[in-house]
Design a protein. Structure first.
Length: 254
């Protein structure tokens, strides 16, 4: 599946045009996570659909969802901007950025420099770079470019091998462990435990995918995660405020 996504992405990049420059107030993802009042800071995701789950949320108003997340006290918001496989859009991110006061991360398959520039122009505070989708040298280059443009980067890895390749180049400030294998979609929280043992102490760890309950948040936080990236389990709930409270505190306060 990852290979299929990257093939489509290459075609999209050929047609990519850059939007006009606008000014946005910047917020730091790193600090939002590091200063979280919870066991781990929450990056809540705005995601309508995915290749593994199909449509996740029918009633999908990205700005309303992000606004509810912000009011519920999340530390950051991740916005899927890939259209073809996730039914996202880059305009969702810009519209969301205008109404929330927390950092906004662009979730897409970034493989070329022009997409990093695009991310800055649409108002992202941070971007995702996927270890499994990039040669380590290229990943490092895009990482440096992002920080030069004032963007932070969540460097995501799934496997030990990818982590080793990344670390041979540089130490990411924010390191995401994807519990989901993007080739097979198999998802297990123990991936965070295995990978945390190999991660540098200087990197802020984020556990991504397959987190459904407060017990899951507690578990990955015990493994060393300082942040969690949660999409599906929140997207399937009607009341996002209550869902965030329950996920992060284990207590349901109606
Ligand atoms: O919906 P979940 O299982 O809570 O997962 C969220 C997030 O981790 C997932 O959407 C994701 C992680 N890495 C990605 C890379 C591309 C697209 C999506 C992703």
């Amino acid at each position: 599946m990852l290979d299929k996504i990257l093939a489509v992405k290459k075609q999209e990049i050929e047609r990519l045009y850059l939007p006009e420059e606008q000014t946005f107030k910047k917020h730091s993802l790193y600090h939002a996570l590091a200063d979280s009042p919870y066991k781990a800071g929450l990056i809540a995701e705005v995601k309508k659909a995915s290749p593994s789950k199909g449509i996740i949320r029918e009633d999908f108003n990205p700005v309303k969802i992000a606004h509810d997340y912000d009011k519920a006290g999340v530390q950051a918001i991740s916005v899927l901007t890939d259209q073809h496989f996730f039914q996202g859009h880059r305009d969702f991110l810009t519209d969301i950025k205008k109404v929330v006061g927390v950092p906004v991360m662009r979730k897409d398959f970034i493989i070329e420099s022009i997409q990093v520039v695009e991310s800055a122009l649409i108002g992202a505070d941070a971007i995702l770079l996927i270890g499994e989708a990039l040669e380590p040298e290229k990943l490092h280059e895009l990482y440096e470019q992002a920080y030069e443009l004032g963007l932070e980067v969540l460097v995501e890895v799934h496997s030990e091998e990818t982590l080793e390749n990344v670390l041979s180049q540089f130490t990411p400030k924010i390191l995401g462990i994807n519990n989901r294998n993007l080739h097979t979609f198999e998802t297990k929280l123990s991936q965070t435990e295995r990978m945390a043992a190999l991660a540098p102490k200087e990197s802020l760890l984020v556990s991504e995918s397959g987190i459904f309950s407060y017990e899951d948040v507690e578990k990955v936080s015990r493994y060393g995660a300082k942040g969690v990236l949660v999409g599906e389990s929140l997207m399937r709930k009607e009341n996002l405020h209550d869902a965030v409270q329950q996920l992060m505190t284990g207590v349901y306060v109606p």
